[in-house]
Design a binder for this molecule. Structure first.
Ligand code: GLN
Length: 495
């Protein structure tokens, strides 16, 4: 898709300005229902687009992403633009600088349409935890788009953006990609700089793209990856263009599958996954059964370490440095805080009030869980033990990746669920991450690719499958994903 649009721009079949305006039109028509965007950056977008058109008019060469419109998840800072992280506590926060990934996209000439909705501070699996209201699934407006990057996924699925940038800490790119029928890539931990991303769980967080095709995701990755002095965990990528590795060939590639994962699925899901496996066999890949014995602890490990890191990272939102500050008596219920009418407010009251009113229920739950797990006496029993199990899970992956090139699993256990269905049951919501968290625990790259649709009630809802690759081997991961996509296209054309 990006390549097509790029060709149209350089052949003067369309201007970037016209393309950008078409996308704003689509947003105007559809986003009242879908609510993918929290804010639009129209002025900037048109300025960016015009620059590209001027280059074309001057006969200059342009890069592949130049003039192509996309969206940014609202946990990524963009200079001069409201950046809320889906939270009331940052309702009035204007970011003073660009996140490195955003800066790189700007430098690549990409057009940025706006900031997309997400679960508050990226905690959730349905986008229902956004303080600004939920995003709806474009395939069925009564269903969730997944989360936490539901806005970014829905924007791409509904053609309200060509591409979107998002973050994945436990599955927040891949799960919504699966539920919205688009491609979602979580790169290797360290592949993309996290500078300018609102830190949630820093040892898991990674930035990646949503797109309609694997090639588009590869193009975005090529632009945003690489070493950044502002993030000590970022790695050199030696200027690789990941889209150059998409040969459509998987002959001889070894793909690992875990039998129990498939056995646990509903009949429909199992069928969808088995047909993916069959396609790979037909293309000449070798399917191998593998064992990942410690992965059954992944969800438990994640939901101990993640809240611990959250409780520490979110301590910075106290009403002093960023966003909302509750320091006016009329703003609040003083009795609740033990204060007395008429007395000057204390710093502690400002902290407490700001966090009480500014943060939502799920974020508070995680802060409390994390604070508990890190407290003296429990730290060894929970946090340290979880870190030890994390090391065992990683060892399983190291062993298995000596035997296979990629691992294939479902991305989710089912297609999109109804709005409201899981919102009062945190455990059910956490189970959404069952197939995705392990890639964050181990740091390996992983991608969700549309597998097909499943009929639910009167709708055909999309589901994805997941491929996980070796550390820093996005080339083979993307090659495998792209080969499936190409084989599906061929089949459809043959029909
Ligand atoms: N659903 C997971 C959580 O709530 C993952 C979120 C994410 O990847 N940002 O923590």
């Amino acid at each position: 898709m990006i390549r097509n649009l790029h060709n149209k721009i350089i052949n003067k079949e369309i201007t970037s300005e016209k393309l950008t305006l078409d996308y704003f039109d689509a947003i105007g028509k559809k986003d009242k229902d879908i609510f993918a965007y929290l804010s639009l950056t129209k002025e900037l977008a048109l300025e960016q687009a015009k620059k590209v058109d001027e280059k074309i008019a001057r006969g200059e060469e342009i890069g592949i992403l130049e003039g192509i419109p996309g969206a940014i998840k609202d946990v990524l800072c963009m200079e001069g633009v409201r950046t809320t992280a889906g939270s009331k506590i940052l309702d009035n926060y204007i970011a003073p600088y660009d996140a490195t990934a955003v800066k790189k996209l700007k430098e690549a000439g990409a057009v940025i349409l706006g900031k997309t909705n997400c679960d508050e501070f990226a905690m959730g699996s349905s986008t229902e935890n956004s303080a600004y209201g939920p995003t709806k699934n474009p395939h069925d407006l009564s269903r969730v788009p997944g989360g936490s990057s539901g806005g970014s996924a829905a924007a791409v699925a509904a053609d309200e953006a060509v591409w979107a940038l998002a973050t994945d800490t436990g599955g927040s790119i891949r799960q919504p990609a699966s539920l919205c029928g688009v491609v979602g890539l979580k790169p290797t931990y360290g592949r993309v700089s996290r500078y300018g991303l609102m830190a949630m769980a820093s040892s898991f967080d990674q930035i990646g793209p949503f797109a309609k095709t694997v090639e588009d995701a590869a193009i975005i990755l090529s632009e945003i990856s690489g070493r950044d002095d502002m993030d000590a965990t970022s790695a050199h990528s030696s200027g690789k263009r990941y889209e150059d590795y998409l040969t459509g060939e998987v002959k001889g590639m070894k793909i690992g599958i875990v039998k129990e994962y498939f056995d646990s699925l509903s009949e429909d899901m199992k069928k969808a996954m088995e047909s993916v496996v069959e396609s790979y066999k037909k293309m000449g890949a070798e399917i191998k059964e593998i064992q990942l014995p410690h992965s059954k602890y992944s969800l438990a490990v994640y939901y101990i370490i993640q809240p611990c890191e959250v409780s520490s990272n979110l301590a910075r939102f106290d009403g002093i440095k960023y966003g909302l500050r509750m320091d006016d008596e009329k703003d609040t219920d003083m009795a609740d805080l033990g204060g007395l009418d008429g007395t000057p407010r204390t710093l502690l009251e400002t902290y407490l009030d700001t966090r009480k009113y500014g943060l939502g229920a799920e974020v508070k739950r995680r802060i409390m869980l994390g604070t508990y797990a890190l407290s003296s006496g429990y730290y060894e029993a929970y946090y340290i033990r979880a870190q030890k199990v994390r090391a065992l899970i990683k060892k399983d992956y190291e062993r298995v990746f000596n035997e296979v090139d990629v691992i294939l699993t479902p991305t989710t256990t089912a297609p999109a669920f109804k709005l409201g269905e899981k919102v009062d049951d945190p455990l059910q919501m956490y189970l959404e991450d069952i197939f995705t968290v392990t890639a964050n625990i181990t740091g390996v790259p992983a991608i969700s690719v549309p597998a097909g649709t499943i009929k639910v009630e009167d709708k055909n809802l999309p589901v994805g499958f997941q491929l996980m690759g070796k550390w820093f081997d996005e080339e083979n991961l993307l090659r495998a994903a792209d080969a499936f996509e190409k084989s599906k296209c061929k089949n459809q054309n043959a029909k």
